[in-house]
Ligand binder design. Structure first.
Ligand code: ASP
Length: 434
C-alpha cells in the first residue's frame, strides 16, 4: 500500500488536481492521499494558509474577516468550477468556516481550514472517503505526535477503503484544533504511512527530489538519488527545503522508505529516503546554510570551577525564551548560538544584565548576523581530507570561519560563518567537495 502526500503547488488549481488524480489512478496501491492547502499558482500569488492567518489577524484586531475570506473562498470555488463540480453544496461549508474564524477560534483553527477544505474538495472529486485528522491525530504541546494517534487511526482506517486526508493539523490533548509547524503536511503523511504500515510514503512536490545544493545558487545542482533519514534530517536542519525535518520521526522506526517526487514530472525517479545507504565513493549528500542566528559569548576566569554552571546558565536562558542550537566551550568561556527570532533586543539586554550579575561574569555579549553551514553525508567522518578541502576552499574565497563543529554528529560537519557570506560559503564548499 502506498501513502501519498501532495503539497500546496500540487493542489493549487484544477489543472494541478487533475494531475494528482492521474498520478493516483495510475497505481491501485495508492490508497491514502494527504493534501496541503492550495499553494501559489505563480510567483506573486498568495498561499491559502497565509490568507487564513491574515483572516485571523483581522479578527484578533476586532474586525470581521468577511471581505478577505472571499478571496479564500474564491480559490476553492474556482477549482470546483474548473473541475466541472457543483459549487453550491460547498458554499455552506465555506460559510461555516468563515463564521468560525470570525467567532475567534484562533490562528491554528483558521490556518487548519486550508487543508480541511482542500481535502473535502479532493475527496468529492475523487469520490473517496474524507478522513478528518481532528480528533484522530493528537499533537502534544511541544508539537510532537501523541502515541494515542496510532490507536485512533488504527480504529478509524478500514482495509481496502480509500481516503483523502487533510495535512498540517490534528488536535491537542484537550481536543482543540492544533497545527504542526509550517509545511507540516509532510508530518501528517508520515503519520498516515506509519499508521497503516505502508510499503512506501510518496511525497509529491514541485521539484524532482532533494537537491545536493540549492538550485537557485548552483546551476548544475543535482538531485540526490538515495539518501538516509539522518541525512535528510540534518540537511533540513541547516535550511534545505523540500522535506519537513520533523516528518522523519514517524517513519524511521518502521523503516518505511520515502520517495520525494515531482507532480509536474511524475516519471522522474525523485529521491529515495531510506534507513541506510552504502558510502560507495559518495560520502556526502548535500550542503546547505541557515541564517538567522545570534551568538552569546560569556567569559569568566575559572567559569567551570563550580558544579552545574552550564545547567544553571541554560535554565536562566530558558526563562528569557532563548534555546541555544549550538554550543562551544572554551577553558573560561561559553559560546551559544541561538535563533535571533527567539528574543527581542530588550529581552536580550535584560537577560545579559541579569546573567552578568547573578553569575559574576567578566563579560557577556550578544551579536547578530550569523549563519550555520552544514556539510551533510554518511561519510563525513571517514574522509580524512574533508576538513582540509573545506577550510582551504573557504579561505581561498575570503570567507571567515566563526566556528567549526566536527565529530558531534556522524552525518554532518557544521561551520559558522557571517550571514552575508552564507551563500558564498555554500557555493564554495559545493564546488570544492562535490
Ligand atoms: N499549508 C501549510 C503551510 O503552508 C502546511 C503545508 O503546506 O504543509 O505551511
Amino acid at each position: 500500500m502506498i501513502v501519498c502526500k501532495f503539497g500546496g503547488s500540487s493542489v493549487a488549481d484544477a489543472k494541478q488536481i487533475q494531475k494528482v488524480k492521474s498520478i493516483v489512478d495510475a497505481q491501485v496501491q495508492r490508497q491514502i492521499v494527504i493534501v496541503s492547502a492550495p499553494g501559489k499558482r505563480s510567483k506573486d500569488d498568495e498561499k491559502v494558509t497565509d490568507m487564513l492567518y491574515a483572516c485571523n489577524a483581522l479578527v484578533q484586531q476586532g474586525q470581521s474577516c468577511r471581505e478577505l475570506f472571499k478571496k479564500v473562498a474564491q480559490r476553492y470555488t474556482n477549482i470546483l468550477v474548473d473541475l466541472g463540480m457543483d459549487q453550491k453544496s460547498f458554499l455552506p461549508v465555506l460559510e461555516e468556516v468563515r463564521q468560525m474564524i470570525d467567532a475567534g477560534h484562533g490562528a491554528e483553527y483558521a490556518a487548519s481550514r486550508g487543508e480541511y477544505l482542500s481535502a473535502r474538495l479532493v475527496a468529492a472529486y475523487f469520490g473517496w472517503n474524507f478522513l478528518d485528522t481532528d480528533p484522530l491525530i493528537v499533537i502534544k504541546d511541544d508539537g510532537t505526535v501523541h502515541d494515542q494517534t496510532y490507536e485512533n487511526l488504527k480504529k478509524a482506517l478500514h482495509k481496502g477503503k480509500k481516503y483523502i486526508v487533510p495535512g498540517f493539523y490534528g488536535c491537542n490533548t484537550e481536543g482543540k484544533v492544533k497545527t504542526f509547524s509550517r509545511g507540516g503536511s509532510d508530518i501528517t503523511g508520515a503519520i498516515m504511512a506509519r499508521a497503516c504500515d505502508a510499503d512506501i510514503y510518496e511525497n509529491w512536490t514541485d521539484v524532482s527530489g532533494v537537491f545536493s545544493v540549492d538550485p537557485r545558487l548552483v546551476e548544475d545542482a543535482k538531485v540526490i538519488k538515495t539518501m538516509t533519514y539522518r541525512e535528510v534530517r540534518e540537511l533540513a536542519g541547516v535550511g534545505a527545503g523540500v522535506f519537513h525535518e520533523e516528518a522523519i520521526a514517524p517513519v524511521i522506526a518502521s523503516r518505511i522508505p520515502i520517495n520525494v517526487k515531482n507532480t509536474n514530472a511524475p516519471m522522474d525517479a525523485g529521491t529515495m529516503i531510506v534507513t541506510d545507504r552504502p558510502v560507495n565513493g559518495q560520502p556526502l549528500a548535500g550542503v546547505s546554510a541557515k541564517k538567522g542566528y545570534s551568538r552569546l559569548t560569556l567569559r569568566k576566569l575559572m567559569l567551570f570551577k563550580g558544579t552545574g554552571i552550564r545547567h544553571a546558565l541554560l535554565t536562566m536562558l530558558h526563562i528569557f525564551g532563548v534555546r541555544p542550537a549550538f554550543s562551544l566551550f572554551g577553558v573560561d568561556s561559553i559560546v551559544w548560538f541561538f535563533e535571533t527570532s527567539q528574543a527581542s533586543e530588550s529581552v536580550l539586554n535584560a537577560m545579559c544584565v541579569r546573567i552578568k550579575s547573578e553569575f559574576s561574569l567578566d563579560s557577556i555579549e550578544v551579536d547578530h548576523g550569523h549563519a550555520v553551514v552544514g556539510i551533510v553525508g554518511v561519510g563525513v567522518l571517514q574522509e580524512p581530507d574533508l576538513i582540509a578541502k573545506s577550510t582551504s576552499a573557504l579561505a581561498k574565497d575570503g570567507i571567515k570561519l566563526n566556528f567549526f563543529n566536527y565529530g558531534s554528529s556522524d552525518t554532518s560537519i557544521l561551520l559558522g560563518v557571517d550571514a552575508e557570506q552564507a551563500q558564498d560559503a555554500v557555493k564554495s564548499l559545493y564546488h570544492a567537495l562535490f
